[in-house]
Design a protein around this ligand. Sequence first.
Ligand code: 13P
Length: 252
Amino acid sequence: MRRKFIVGNWKMHKGPADADTLAEALKRGLAGRDAAVDVGVAPPFLSLPAVVSRLKHTGIVVAGQNLHPEMQGAYTGEISGEMLRQAGVAYCLVGHSERRQLFGDTDALVEKRVHACFRAGLLPILCVGETLAEREAGKEVEVVTRQLASALGKLHADQIPSVTLAYEPVWAIGTGRTASPLQAQDMHATIRGWLESNFPAFVARSTRIQYGGSVKGSNAAELLRMPDIDGALVGGAALNAEEFLQIVAAAG
Ligand code: 13P
């Protein structure tokens, strides 16, 4: 019942012209596919209008990479969920580990951003994941469940399946060191178990959990074959249309 969902997080790559070229290549590559897999891209803010326009009527959804908790106000340099919605964006990443590690996103701020998504009518893609030090200390489950409880704890059960969860172990991001399919499956099963024990049964059954961290064309199939891995959040490999299309094909 959970359709696979592959999203490319372009991070701080691809200005408007380059983003348009990549979006056009994806559009061409995915034209006429049987839409068994949901596909999305998260370009930088400045490139959103070009990508939204290029991908109109393609079924490829567009996500922001972050949003401010407030709808508007004196917050120089920030972008709100309402602005993203007006720009034709449907989803928004929240709590990516780069935000948590480099830009001070705390659990409390991540929770506010999740709520801001709902207020603006955006679907959140909530990223969780432990650092290498936390894994080596045997704390990965504690860290991930703390992040989940903080971000989702005050939502109504009916809202949870609109959230896509993305398990991205920090040690696997941009390092070429992917979690093994079993390591990833283990954590995904833990996350689903956490949903089961905190919400009615339909929530765990229908909420999608993506894996992220060095997903490539060559390792996507074995990860996506795992029962609790419902898609991928792809960084580096999403910058190349051919590679990203291979990952989408592996999900189908
Ligand atoms: P990489 O695929 O480059 O490891 O990045 C993963 C990621 O952070 C996606 O959000």
